[in-house]
Design a protein around this ligand. Sequence first.
Ligand code: BES
Ligand code: ZN
Ligand code: ZN
Length: 506
Amino acid sequence: MRIKPDFRKFHEVDAEALCVGLFEGEDLEDALLRELDQRLRGVLATALTSGEVKGKFGETLYVPTMGALAASRVLFVGAGKRSEFTFDTIRQVAGTAARFLRQRGIRSMAILHRSALDLSRSAQAAVEGVLLGLFDPGTYKTQEKEERAIEEVRLVAEGESEVEMQRGIERGMILAKATNFARNLVNEPASVLTPLELARRAADMAARYGLDIEVLDEAQMKELGMGALLGVARGSDEPARLIVLRYIPEGDEAFLSHLPTVALLGKGITFDSGGISLKPADGMEQMKYDMAGGAAVLGALRAIAQLRPKIKVLGLVPATENMPSGRAQKPGDILRTMSGKTVEVINTDAEGRLILADAITYARQLGAQTIVDVATLTGACVVALGSVYAAIFGNDPSLVERVIAAGREAGEKLWPMPLDPEYREQLKSQIADLKNVGGRKAGAITAAYFLKEFAEETPWAHLDIAGTAWLEENKPYLASGPTGMGVRTLAHFVCQEAEGGLSEHS
Ligand code: BES
Ligand code: ZN
Ligand code: ZN
């Protein structure tokens, strides 16, 4: 798909469809809308007075121009209240428009820049909305495969700066494509996307974008003492892997030695059957998305490799299945984690925290000064926040704040949750240092607390994306299915840590 700026007047833009956002309650005071309405011989005024369109969020009005504009159709998209307008509104309007137009066989669309928001970031949001909106989760459909495609998108902003626009377009493309890369991984069935296959795809991605990669096998994990990760892997016939990606910016030794290292960790359970504590059959097919945190880390590293921030980044994805078998770990087993702490396994379905515990310890050993992990960790998080907010936890309030800010920038909502020491009580074991579940109460918190025990004094934040990584229903710019939750938050966070904003890319 080609995406380019177009600096002509809106009526000269010769795309098949021109999209125009409409604010709620808007009349024709705005000069541009008035001119557009005049050229369309009052179509908009009529629709507004009759109440056919009110600018309410997600509303659409599709009109042929009959030669009045160079574009053959105009699509008005409701943008909601002007006072509530943000970059995420742009994503939603652009995503709604792209999906609407593709369905009607349109091949080239243009989006009119109508807000007073920063041009580069507006362009970026529009590109994200379009590319995320057009993601097609029907990978394995042979019949109704989506053949219609939007081939060209123009961003129309008369008299604006080409450099600004181009920068926004490129950033939008990098972030949206990285998100869609993660969504494709999450969408794959578990028999295709085994831990080995995930590692292979990570290696392909790393080679393509110039990242270093190392993939540890089970013998190497054993050598490192990763008893928790290996405990989960025991029940599976598919061998486990620990994917370790490294992004190092350009610069000489002296320069690099002063840069901090951020580690991004993602839960990579390629299928979570629950293990011996087997899950019920109903909905178990969804548990192929239990590697969505891992996919988010791979997607974020892909974007980071292109955005080139001046900071060192580690990406760690412990990858394994969680399966029952004669060799599987059993409730009551004791695991010795890499940190030396011992864990009593009460429920083999609480496996995410086990594999992440060893990954956190390894990240610290590799010199991470900040750790952010992303995981589809608990059903309790889904109950608490649904699919609107992901939960965020941490041992450093400033870090949590910074990640929330990055999420805001990315259009991904994060809600802070408590981790007071009282919750530690629920993880006490009679026989070992910790047990892996904390009972029925505060399930998302005790899971996070378990991880906190392994972060020790390293600043650490944890995102529970169990409710937000997979959608049951369409959202304006996200089709139902995998969302790529976390990719853009992590990428923004890393760039922000490097220099207080998205950095330049080469
Ligand atoms: N992968 C699940 C959590 C999950 C649930 C993700 C629903 C997405 C949707 C996790 O490994 C799990 O099974 N957690 C258990 C923990 C319990 C045994 C303490 C849960 O949440 O039920
Ligand atoms: Zn589980
Ligand atoms: Zn799981």
